[in-house]
Design a protein. Structure first.
Length: 311
């Protein structure tokens, strides 16, 4: 139990970072209703761009903005395949993700990883910062929980404002009913492009934060990102669907869902003392469990209604 308590701040911090990625994924899967598999590649792209810019001596905020913009570019490539070339969205994402493997290697100088040390680079978040704050060596506002928490609140506020504008509303209308949106004169292809760009920009931003937090960018850091993002969305929906009706609160629920996911992972590993080599298997089982909850819950409630009707 002691090891779990000690690991909780790191798990929650990492959950918040992945929560930003899940918010980006929410835009495509829940708002646009487009199956975008680009995120496994664009997540790594954000981490690689941020790491290499920090190594080159750029300010961390400039590196973060660059990661966001390059992430938007990856979303544009996917949208180009889909809207201009007529390739199905899911295949467009796979093609972009496949190409990004080589692009990410090139960004990191054909190396599989790039190390980042807090001694050499001024980073926004770091696992070392978390440890230093716990020891009293750093002020509380440099704690990753505070930094990423404030960043998440800012992102949610901006998205809440944006999707309340005429352009944002048209993007939501495109996802709700594209045929009706086109009948109303809305350029649905443009909205798909904007949605995919915004989504992958946030995914890349999350990758940039994770690279700083863990102290390195790795070519495999985005593998399985789509599964974690979907798990966060499903968990947030299952736990908070009846409490959070507002759009901003739904985005907050996604972020909390990512935190719950990582806390559960950490609890399973710590309490059961499972070898970390089985982490991928554990993650797959936990995600499968959460993904099955809506279906199981529906069957339980349906069965209960049948029994009451017979009575």
């Amino acid at each position: 139990m002691g090891s779990l308590i000690n690991a909780l701040p790191g798990a929650v911090s990492q959950g918040l970072i992945w929560g930003i990625m899940a918010i980006g994924l929410y835009i495509t899967y829940k708002i646009l209703e487009v199956s975008d598999l680009t995120v496994d590649g664009s997540f790594c792209t954000g981490g690689a761009v941020c790491a290499m810019m920090l190594v080159a001596g750029y300010n961390v905020w400039i590196a973060m903005v660059a990661a966001f913009l390059v992430g938007m570019l990856t979303g544009w490539v996917t949208s180009f395949f889909h809207t201009k070339l007529g390739i199905p969205a899911i295949l467009s994402g796979i093609l972009t993700q496949l190409g990004l493997w080589s692009v990410n290697l090139a960004i990191m100088g054909m190396k599989a990883n790039q190390a980042l040390s807090v001694k050499n680079y001024d980073m926004l978040v770091s696992l070392r910062y978390l440890q230093d704050v716990a020891k009293g060596a750093r002020p509380l506002w440099e704690h990753p929980l505070v930094t990423v928490g404030l960043l998440t609140v800012g992102i949610v506020a901006v998205l809440y404002w944006f999707f309340g504008t005429e352009l944002g509303a048209s993007i939501r209308a495109t996802g709700a009913n594209s045929n009706m949106a086109r009948a109303q004169g809305i350029n649905t292809n443009r909205n798909i492009v904007l949605g995919l760009m915004l989504s992958n920009g946030l995914v890349a931003l999350s990758g940039a934060l994770l690279a700083q937090f863990q102290g390195f960018a790795d070519i495999n850091m985005g593998r399985g990102a789509i599964v974690i993002g979907l798990a966060a969305i499903i968990i947030g929906d299952v736990v908070f669907s009846k409490l959070f009706r507002n759009f901003a609160l739904k985005l907050v629920a996604v972020s909390i869902g990512a935190i719950i996911y990582y806390v559960v992972i950490q609890a399973v590993i710590s309490l059961l003392n499972i070898d970390s080599n089985y982490l991928k298997l554990i993650s797959a089982l936990i995600v499968a469990l959460f993904l099955a909850v809506p279906n199981l819950r529906g069957k339980v409630f349906k069965g209960g209604r049948k029994e009451r009707s017979h009575a």
